[in-house]
Design a protein around this ligand. Structure first.
Ligand code: RAM
Length: 326
């Protein structure tokens, strides 16, 4: 069902004209990450539907420090909203608060800034669910669901990855189904292909008995897949996590990675832009309990933590990966 919904989502706008200027900027964790280009395509689609402007700016290194000058420049430019994926929730909070003090709306997407440094956060899927599905997948792939596993994450400060890793640890500790799995290391590839490659290689040499790697980042999982293939460890060390179908297709087909999860990244960008636009137009305030309609995606409610949930994650495997192109 989820896959059908995903495939069917190329539809038209539900938007309309507006009298308030929509000058909305996306600030991803880093600009050289294809994941954020897919999200940007959704932001652009919503901008077109609402007759607004869209631009994307951001650093090439995925760090909070590198995001700060972009926030300051967007604030000076007096954009109407900043839509940001936080590399570090606290490091960027003061700059975002300065933007908010000027009347600029701030929407987090993908990875939330500190709660008091954004109006709303658009969460791609329930954080606990994203952690749990990754533990379930690695268990399904490792024979007997027993042995050493490691996590290859993005940056150590990333809000989203850290929430998912905590959910994985909680699940491993509390669900007896996973008592045979031992998490031996959380490594950080910084969402940089080269660092992720080096860290994946280090996991294999430091833990010769490793049975599986969970990489909850699209950059990390594709780097780890390359490493497993090149070192002849594909199929011996299992790999799962969060990836895009286009980066992972070849590795799913050759068995290096049997399954991984993700959400509709384009819809995430669409919903983030749409929510930012409604805030700019004063149609929503960002208060818990507020309901709104986001064009072709339909109805949403802001939860008590100021979070809007896009929907459930879904699992990509050999039998569905060719239906998806992003
Ligand atoms: C990477 C980024 C992003 C995350 C995805 C799954 O592209 O770290 O924040 O949501 O992976």
């Amino acid at each position: 069902m989820a896959i059908l919904a995903l495939v069917a989502c190329g539809g038209s706008s539900g938007g309309g004209g507006t009298t308030t200027a929509l000058n909305i900027a996306f600030l991803p964790k880093a600009v050289n990450n294809p994941y954020f280009d897919v999200a940007a395509s959704g932001g652009q689609e919503a901008a077109t539907a609402l007759s607004g402007q869209f631009k994307q700016v951001g650093p090439s290194d995925a760090t909070g420090a590198a995001q700060i000058p972009f926030i300051q420049t967007l604030t000076q430019q007096n954009v109407s909203a900043i839509v940001v994926s936080a590399d570090d929730p606290d490091a960027i909070a003061p700059a975002l608060k300065q933007a908010m003090a000027k009347g600029i709306k701030v929407v987090g997407y993908d990875s939330s800034p500190a709660k008091d440094a954004r109006n709303v956060f658009i969460n791609q899927a329930d954080s606990k669910g994203i952690g749990v599905v990754q533990v379930q997948m690695i268990c399904d792939e490792i024979p007997g669901c027993a042995g050493e596993i490691a996590v290859l994450s993005a940056t150590s400060t990333a809000t989203n990855q850290n929430a998912w890793i905590q959910a994985m640890k909680d699940e491993l500790a509390s669900n007896s189904k996973y008592s045979g799995l031992k998490l031996v290391k959380v490594a950080y590839g910084n969402d940089d292909p080269q660092v992720s490659t080096t860290e994946a290689q280090a996991l294999l040499t430091s833990y010769p008995n490793l049975k599986g790697i969970i990489s909850p980042t699209t950059v990390g999982i594709s780097a780890a897949a390359q490493v497993l293939k090149q070192t002849g460890k594909a199929g011996k060390v299992q790999l799962t996590g969060l990836g895009t179908p286009n980066l992972m297709r070849a590795f799913v087909k050759d068995g290096t990675c049997k399954e991984f999860a993700l959400w509709n990244v384009k819809d995430l960008g669409y919903l983030a832009y749409y929510t930012a636009a409604l805030l700019v137009q004063g149609k929503i305030k960002g208060n818990p309990g507020e309901k709104f309609t986001a064009g072709r995606l339909g109805d949403y409610t802001i939860d008590p933590n100021g979070v809007v949930l896009l929907g459930p994650p879904f699992v990509f495997k050999a039998d569905n990966i060719d239906q998806l192109n992003f």
